[in-house]
Ligand binder design. Structure first.
Ligand SMILES: Cc1cc2nc3c(=O)[nH]c(=O)nc-3n(C[C@H](O)[C@H](O)[C@H](O)COP(=O)(O)OP(=O)(O)OC[C@H]3O[C@@H](n4cnc5c(N)ncnc54)[C@H](O)[C@@H]3O)c2cc1C
Length: 334
């Protein structure tokens, strides 16, 4: 479907020729925005020998795929990727560009936005159109949700974390147009990705586990953090964190939950020594049951959870672990 309004673009991301789930999630949401704007969804896919992946993008809702296929595009290369996207955007004038809030997207989006002299909202947690069909990019701020708009410049750009939108139902019968990009050869550049070395994540993965224990600044020190980690281990849960726990070096960045971290949807979430700031809590909106352990009875976290335990986590958790071990293996009737 073509209209005078520019298209909704998604910059897809692939690693080893595998399309990342966040790209499919964004295409699904781009489809909804494009239908409302009566325009098309277009996806840029850059890599090497990736033509076989285009069908997935059409199945998720793309109408057109701009395909850049070349050996020197196999890894994300910031300067070449920026060059290709900026050139194409200047030619085609998209209305909106969406990029996953991944390591690649967090770097690529500002590079592209700066070259196109437009605005960019980082880590949006929702995207909708206002009555003037302008993109409302929602981010948590000032204790609530703030809508950011870019009314004058085009394209309107946002990065969005994995898990904010669901993967759409794939319609394998959908097809679309593939436009092969005339990819520039090597250009002078200051940064070059030579190799990607993958680190095996430690412990239980956050995204696919029924129980998440998340620790915050209330751990106070590394010894306190280890107590929270022991609770996660006793429950066979994944260990998540808030930003201060990452800043202190107790936890890795990949464990951070929230607006600039991961979105999780466990059956049980236990937040320990954290205050319930919106930037963290947006990451757990899909948790089924929420518990908080905090030594301050007035902490705002208690207004947001189903069950609250007011206690010093370093004193409470060892006793809790003892009880968990007592009950493990026993059938509990509620
Ligand atoms: C743009 C932006 C993006 C952000 N993105 C994220 C994000 O993705 N994820 C994220 O987590 N944060 C994010 N933040 C930071 C966020 O705003 C908060 O600062 C952070 O979540 C607070 O972490 P916290 O609850 O661990 O710390 P605090 O707010 O300091 O809370 C610590 C809590 O621990 C309790 N406590 C202290 N001692 C004990 C004890 N012994 N036992 C039990 N409880 C105790 C205290 O009562 C307090 O409630 C972002 C901020 C900005 C501006």
């Amino acid at each position: 479907m073509e209209s005078r309004r520019g298209s909704v673009w998604v910059i897809a991301e692939q690693i080893d020729c595998r399309i990342l789930s966040v790209s499919l999630q964004l295409i699904g949401h781009a489809r909804k925005l494009a239908d409302e704007l009566e325009t098309s969804v277009e996806v840029i896919l850059l890599g090497d020998k990736i033509e076989g992946q285009t069908q997935q993008l059409f199945a998720a809702g793309a109408d057109r795929v701009y395909l850049g296929n070349a050996p020197h595009l196999s890894f994300y290369q910031p300067e070449i990727y920026t060059e290709i996207i900026v050139k194409l955007a200047k030619e085609r004038q998209p209305e909106i560009i969406l990029i996953g809030s991944t390591s690649m997207g967090r770097e690529l989006a500002p590079l592209v936005a700066a070259r196109l002299e437009t605005g960019l909202t980082a880590h949006s947690i929702d995207l909708l159109l206002d009555e003037n069909k302008i993109l409302e990019q929602r981010v948590p701020a000032y204790g609530g949700l703030l809508s950011i708009i870019c009314p004058k410049r085009r394209p309107q750009m946002a990065t969005i974390a994995r898990g904010v939108f669901p993967i759409p139902e794939l319609d394998e019968k959908r097809t679309g147009e593939i436009v092969l990009l005339d990819v520039p050869g090597e250009i002078p550049r200051r940064i070059q990705t030579l190799e990607i070395i993958r680190e095996e994540p430690e412990g239980v993965p956050l995204e696919s586990t029924p129980i998440v224990v998340a620790g915050g600044a209330g751990a106070s020190d590394l010894a306190g953090w280890r107590i929270i980690a022991a609770l996660a281990e006793a429950l066979n849960a994944a260990l998540g964190s808030t930003r201060p726990a990452v800043d202190e070096g107790w936890a890795g960045l990949e464990t951070m939950i929230g607006q600039s971290g991961k979105m999780v949807s466990p059956e049980l979430y236990i937040g320990v020594g954290l205050s319930g700031e919106l930037q963290h809590m947006v990451g757990i909106v899909r948790a089924q049951v929420m518990v908080a352990i905090n030594n301050d009875p007035k902490s705002p976290v208690f207004e947001q959870v189903d069950y609250g335990i007011v206690d010093d986590c370093r004193e409470f958790i060892p006793l809790f672990i003892e009880k968990i071990k007592e009950y493990q293996g026993k059938q509990v009737t509620c």
